[in-house]
Design a protein around this ligand. Structure first.
Ligand code: NAP
Length: 277
């Protein structure tokens, strides 16, 4: 059976739109792009489309590739202090002369849509309420939507990156899953992945996960995106795995749409904080 990220996204966006209209919420997202990355432009378009649909204003700051770090920092500080701005995204990647972690870390943690600031990561570490990174939150919402139990499940995450695997491991641990994190140095990967009730692949290695790595009747979630010769591949060989897994995400059409929806979810959370002082 398919974990249909597009369908769930559409339902969520319709709910968010209704809430924003009913409560007359004034929400503004500021997106900063430094340079001309083509993939980033597509991601930003998707974010703008979702915001326009639900009734959230977007202010784009398209900075030249040679913009200095200090100019970028001044802009972030200006947006932090602008009470009309609910949330801020610094789109990655940034040009090499800019330290992404440093700059994204300067975003006010209450406006940190991507959940990358120290305070939000520390709260995740402590198991406190926090802004979760959008992909992490999207994966969890997708699992929950289909009533798949997380507490007590054996979850194997392949990939320990800072955007997906690592924060996801903390979030699922906070939800009482038994979490194993595998990575490029893991020995006997197949032995580990076949123990998973829920297997989440977030590596960017095309078709890494084949059917002999998947437990019969398990849940398989494919986060990876790799581009080879103009084609996009996920981490999971969908056609090979689909008859072994009970639940599986398509890719595209699984985690990607959920990630975009969670931008709106995070903005609504921030708006709630703002309104409650
Ligand atoms: P990342 O920081 O590059 O991390 C990749 C991880 O994969 C690393 O931990 C690496 O291990 C591990 N890895 C690489 N080759 C492996 C192998 N052969 N076996 C096992 N593990 C291996 O990536 P990320 O930012 O977390 O993103 C992961 C993937 O998700 C990417 O393809 C990215 O494009 C995609 N993504 C998708 C969405 C979406 O909305 N669909 C959002 C964000 C990211 P080491 O740590 O040992 O190097």
């Amino acid at each position: 059976m398919i974990l249909d990220g597009k369908k769930v996204r559409d339902e969520l966006l319709a709910n968010y739109k209704e809430k924003i209209k009913k409560e007359n919420l004034n929400i503004k997202l500021a997106i900063i792009l430094v340079g001309d990355n083509e993939a980033s432009k597509i991601y930003i378009k998707n974010k703008e489309r979702a915001c326009a649909y639900v009734g959230i204003a977007v202010e784009k700051y398209l900075l030249a590739a040679d913009t200095s770090e200090s100019v970028l920092i001044s802009l972030i500080e200006k947006l932090n202090n602008d009470t009309s701005v609910t949330g801020i995204i610094l789109q990655s990647p940034v040009p090499g002369h800019i330290d992404f972690d440093k700059c994204s870390g300067l975003i006010d943690s209450k406006k940190d849509v991507d959940g990358f600031t120290k305070e939000n990561i520390y709260n995740l570490y402590l198991g406190k309420e926090t802004i979760l990174p959008c992909t992490v939150k999207g994966i969890i919402k997708l699992i929950e939507y289909y009533n798949i139990p997380i507490a007590g499940s054996n979850v194997v995450i392949v990939g320990r990156g800072n955007i997906v695997g690592h924060p996801l491991s903390l979030a699922l641990l906070n939800m009482d899953a038994t979490v194993t994190v595998a990575h490029s140095k893991t020995k006997n990967l197949k032995e580990i992945t076949t123990s998973a009730d829920i297997l989440i692949a977030a590596t960017g290695v095309a078709h890494l996960i084949k059917k002999d790595m998947v437990k019969v009747g398990s849940v398989v979630i494919d986060v990876g995106v790799s581009r080879i010769d103009g084609h996009i591949f996920g981490d999971v060989d969908f056609d090979d795995v689909k008859d072994v897994a009970l639940w599986i995400t398509p890719n595209p059409g699984g985690v990607g749409p959920m990630t975009v929806a969670m931008i709106i979810d995070n903005l609504l959370m921030m708006k709630g904080w703002e309104d409650n002082g």
